[in-house]
Design a protein around this ligand. Structure first.
Ligand SMILES: CC(C)(COP(=O)(O)OP(=O)(O)OC[C@H]1O[C@@H](n2cnc3c(N)ncnc32)[C@H](O)[C@@H]1OP(=O)(O)O)[C@@H](O)C(=O)NCCC(=O)NCCS
Length: 163
């Protein structure tokens, strides 16, 4: 069964090891190739970010989730609680990445579907945005499969909106 699990200070080796299999993470702070010793502080910071604690200037709270498949972490995602002008330009509302050894198995599509549901459950009512590099076909398919409406295209990004 697939479900989302919020990042927590109790996260352990299974999450850490999944992160080491995601070289192309959407997180701006490094999770790939981080030392195991640094993981507790890293994950604690992700937890604080959800509560708006310790955010760099101009950042909005964001909640980190792991996609779990029968208690095995297989993907990560972050949900920004609201959009800013900067996020509207790049970054959007939701970022996601799947364990590189587990791609093309449907996890990406399922993850975005669960994240959109979760955003609504959390009371986020504004339209959600996913920004994608134009050449990132897998991510575009994930967005399109979830009803994303392509409203803008630039050389750097395509912009999919979710009502
Ligand atoms: C984008 C990403 C999340 C997709 O995850 P995934 O679990 O492989 O996605 P799915 O299995 O649900 O596949 C989605 C679609 O993309 C297709 N796809 C997946 N990998 C592909 C590839 N390398 N080349 C072409 N198509 C691919 C799948 O066949 C599927 O197509 P379909 O619509 O015909 O069924 C994953 O590739 C990833 O983590 N990429 C790195 C991080 C990233 O780019 N994140 C998005 C930032 S906006």
């Amino acid at each position: 069964m697939l479900y989302l699990q919020k990042a927590a200070r109790t996260d352990g080796r299974d999450v850490y090891e999944m992160l080491q299999r995601i070289p192309d993470t959407p997180f701006l702070d490094a999770s790939y190739q981080m030392a195991w010793e640094d993981f507790p502080n890293w994950v604690a910071h992700r937890v604080e970010m959800a509560d708006g604690v310790g955010l760099p200037e101009g950042w909005v709270p964001s909640t980190t989730f792991w996609l779990m498949d029968d208690s095995v972490p297989v993907a990560l995602s972050c949900l920004r609680h609201r959009l800013t002008d900067a996020l509207r330009e790049g970054g959007g509302s939701i970022g996601y990445a799947v364990d590189a050894t587990k791609r093309k198995m449907g996890y990406g599509k399922a993850l975005l579907e669960l994240m959109i549901q979760e955003a609504r459950r959390m009371g986020i009512t504004e339209e959600l945005l996913v920004t994608i590099h134009p050449d990132n076909i897998p991510s575009r398919r994930v967005a399109e499969a979830n009803g994303g409406v392509l409203r803008r295209e630039t050389a750097e990004r395509v912009y999919y909106w979710f009502a």
